[in-house]
Design a protein around this ligand. Structure first.
Ligand SMILES: [Zn+2]
Length: 400
C-alpha cells in the first residue's frame, strides 16, 4: 500500500490506459467480511462523521493533515457523483446515489502525547519526512511515500502522510491513501490487486492515469473516471454481499469512462476482439435502457453469468474440500499419535517384534498420506483466502 512517487516520470509520453482494482484485503473471504473495516462500508451504512487523531510535531502540520484528509475524502465522493451525473445515467445508478452521503466530516480527537487507539478512533494519521532517495538501478532519485493500512488489533486505520513535500504533492498523497479506505488497490504494481475485481487481466497497470498509480513529481493525475468506477465497484461488492437488490446490481452496468467494459457480477467483461467488445457494450446499453427484459438478455451476458457462477461454485468447492482435507489431516495425525503411543509402550502392550514392525510400517505410510493431506489443505486454504478466480475444472486439476 506504499505509494512511491518518482521524480522521473515512468511514462515519457502521455499514457491513456486506465485501470482500477479492489484490494485483496477488501474482497478477502473470511468469517467477518474484510470490507467491513473499510470507510466505504461505513459510509454505505449511513456513517458520515469519522474520528481521527493526528500525530505531528507541528500544529500547522496537524491542521493541514486534517484539512487535506477531509478534502480528499470528499473529493472521492464528489468524483463518483460527478462521473455518474456527467454520464446522464443517474436513473441507472439511483441505488448508489440513494445511499451515498454528500459529505464526510472528520472530528479531531486530541491526545496529550501520542495517539492511542483506545477511544474508538477511526484513523491515526502520522506525518513523516518522506523525501528519501530511491535507488532505481538507473541512478538515485528522490521519491516520497505514504501508506494506509488497517490495524486489525487496534481496529483503526494507520495513515502516514508526507510532511516535507510541496502542498500539491502532499494533497496528491493524501488522495491516494484515502482512496485505499474505499477499497482501491495500488495500480503501480500487481501486488495486492484482486484478480477478479479489477482490470489487471485486461490492462497494463504500469501505464495508467489514476490516483492509485505512481505520479510524476508535482504533477498528480488526480482522481479520474477510472477511480470512480473502482469506487462504484467497491460499493457494489458490499451491497451485493449485504443482499441489497437493484436491477443494476442484478444485471450489471456498462463502462462510464468511454471504454468497452461491462461489469457483470462486479467483474469486468470484455471480448478480446475490441470491435466485438464495443458492439457488446452498445448492445448492453440498449438492453439497460429498455429495462433489462429477460428474453432479450444479450448472449455475452448469459455466458459471463454462467462463467461467474462456475467460478463461485469453484470457490464453494474449495471451501468444502479444504474442510475435508483438514479433517483427514487431523484424523491421520491422531492415528499416528495412537500408533506411536503403543510403540512407546511396547512392553505394556506386549507387542511382538513382528507387531512392532507392522506398526512402524503403518506409521511410515500414514506420514506419506499426511504430507498429501497437509499439502492439499494448504493449497485450498490459500485459495480460500484470495479472490483469485478458480473454475470447477481448474479445481479438479489442483486436487488430482
Ligand atoms: Zn497505495
Amino acid at each position: 500500500m506504499k505509494k512511491l512517487y518518482l521524480t522521473l516520470s515512468l511514462c515519457l509520453i502521455p499514457c491513456f490506459a486506465f485501470s482500477w482494482g479492489l484490494m485483496d484485503s477488501f474482497v478477502k473471504k473470511q468469517k467477518e467480511p474484510a470490507y467491513k473495516n473499510f470507510i466505504v462500508y461505513k459510509l454505505l451504512k449511513g456513517k458520515k462523521e469519522f474520528t481521527a487523531c493526528f500525530e505531528s510535531y507541528e500544529d500547522t502540520m496537524v491542521k493541514e493533515m486534517l484539512f487535506n484528509m477531509q478534502k480528499a475524502l470528499n473529493s472521492v465522493l464528489d468524483n463518483v457523483l460527478i462521473t455518474i451525473q456527467k454520464s446522464g445515467r443517474t436513473q441507472e445508478f439511483k441505488d448508489i446515489l440513494a445511499v451515498l452521503p454528500q459529505n464526510i466530516t472528520i472530528m479531531q480527537v486530541k491526545h496529550q502525547q501520542e495517539c492511542r487507539s483506545s477511544d474508538g478512533i477511526d484513523f491515526i494519521v502520522k506525518s513523516k519526512n518522506t523525501r528519501i532517495p530511491v535507488d532505481t538501478g538507473a541512478g538515485i532519485f528522490y521519491g516520497e511515500q505514504g501508506f494506509a493500512y488497517w490495524k486489525e488489533g487496534g481496529k483503526y486505520w494507520l495513515i502516514s502522510l508526507s510532511s516535507d513535500e510541496t502542498d500539491y504533492t502532499k494533497y496528491a498523497i493524501t488522495q491516494h491513501e484515502v482512496s485505499h479506505l474505499f477499497g482501491l488497490a495500488d495500480q503501480y504494481k500487481e501486488y495486492g490487486n484482486s484478480k477478479m475485481y479489477s482490470l489487471v487481466n485486461f490492462e497494463d497497470i504500469t501505464k495508467i492515469n489514476t490516483v492509485m498509480s505512481s505520479v510524476k513529481h508535482d504533477k498528480s493525475w488526480g482522481l479520474t473516471c477510472d477511480d470512480a468506477e473502482g469506487v462504484i465497484n467497491a460499493m457494489d461488492f458490499i451491497l451485493r454481499a449485504e443482499n441489497y437488490k437493484s436491477a443494476r446490481l442484478k444485471n450489471g452496468w456498462g463502462d462510464l469512462c468511454g471504454r468497452s467494459y461491462v461489469y457483470i457480477d462486479g467483474q469486468p467483461v470484455r471480448d478480446t476482439d475490441l470491435s466485438i467488445a464495443a458492439h457488446n457494450r452498445d448492445l448492453f446499453a440498449g438492453w439497460t435502457a429498455s429495462g433489462y427484459p429477460k428474453e432479450k438478455t444479450p448472449d455475452f451476458v448469459k455466458k459471463a453469468s454462467d462463467k461467474h457462477a462456475e467460478i463461485s461454485r469453484g470457490m464453494q468447492n474449495v471451501i468444502l474440500n479444504r474442510d475435508k482435507w483438514e479433517e483427514k489431516r487431523n484424523n491421520i495425525e491422531t492415528e499416528i499419535g495412537r500408533l506411536q503411543f503403543e510403540l512407546d509402550h511396547a512392553k505394556d502392550y506386549r507387542l511382538t517384534p513382528a507387531q512392532k514392525r507392522t506398526k512402524q510400517q503403518k506409521i511410515q505410510s500414514l506420514k506419506k498420506e499426511l504430507e498429501t493431506a497437509e499439502g492439499n489443505f494448504k493449497i485450498l486454504n490459500d485459495l480460500k483466502a484470495t479472490s483469485a478466480p478458480i473454475t470447477d475444472s481448474e479445481l479438479q486439476n489442483i486436487l488430482k
